[in-house]
Design a protein around this ligand. Structure first.
Ligand code: THU
Length: 133
C-alpha cells in the first residue's frame, strides 16, 4: 500500500471517542517499508497518543529508525498539521531535514512541508555536544 492508502486505512482504526477526530499517519522507512499509526485516546486525556507517535513506534519496533517521507490524514477542513510534540518526534527519526511531510484531508486536499519547515531551529543532538562539559 502507498503512504496515503496506509494512512487512510489505519485512520479507520483510530480510537478517538473523546475528540471524535480520527487521524492516520504513515511513514516510508529508509528500507522502503511503510508503517502506519493512528491516534489512541484515553479517558485521562493527556495519556492519549497521536497518530504520528503510533507510526513511529511501529517503525522502531520493526527495527527501522529512519523515514524518508511521512503522510498524515484526518477528516478536517484543512490538511491536518502535526502538533508541536509530534514535530519533535518526527524530527528525531527523519532521514534528513528535507524529508517531506504531506498533510491531507480525507476529501483529498494535500499540503507538503519539510521537517525543517515544520520545526525550524529544532533542538537536536548536535546541541548537546558541549565541549568541556
Ligand atoms: N492528533 C493526531 O493524532 N495527530 C495530529 O497531527 C493532530 C492531532 C490527534 C490527537 C487527538 O487524539 C485528536 O487528534 C484531537 O486533537
Amino acid at each position: 500500500m502507498s503512504l496515503a492508502e496506509t494512512a487512510r486505512s489505519v485512520r479507520e482504526n483510530a480510537y478517538a471517542p473523546y475528540s471524535g477526530f480520527k487521524v492516520g499517519a504513515a511513514l516510508l522507512a529508509a528500507d522502503g517499508t511503510v508503517f502506519g499509526g493512528c491516534n489512541v485516546e484515553n479517558v485521562a486525556y493527556p495519556e492519549g497518543t497521536c497518530a504520528e507517535a503510533g507510526a513511529i513506534a511501529a517503525m522502531v519496533a520493526a527495527g527501522q529508525t529512519r523515514f524518508q517521507a511521512a503522510y498524515v490524514v484526518a477528516d478536517s477542513p484543512l490538511p491536518v498539521t502535526p502538533c508541536g510534540g509530534c514535530r519533535q518526534k518526527l524530527a528525531e527519526f527523519a532521514a534528513a531535514k528535507d524529508v517531506p511531510v504531506t498533510m491531507a484531508t480525507l476529501a483529498g486536499e494535500e499540503t507538503t512541508l519539510t521537517i525543517a519547515q515544520l520545526l525550524p531551529g529544532a533542538f537536536d543532538a548536535a546541541q548537546m555536544e558541549t565541549p568541556g562539559a
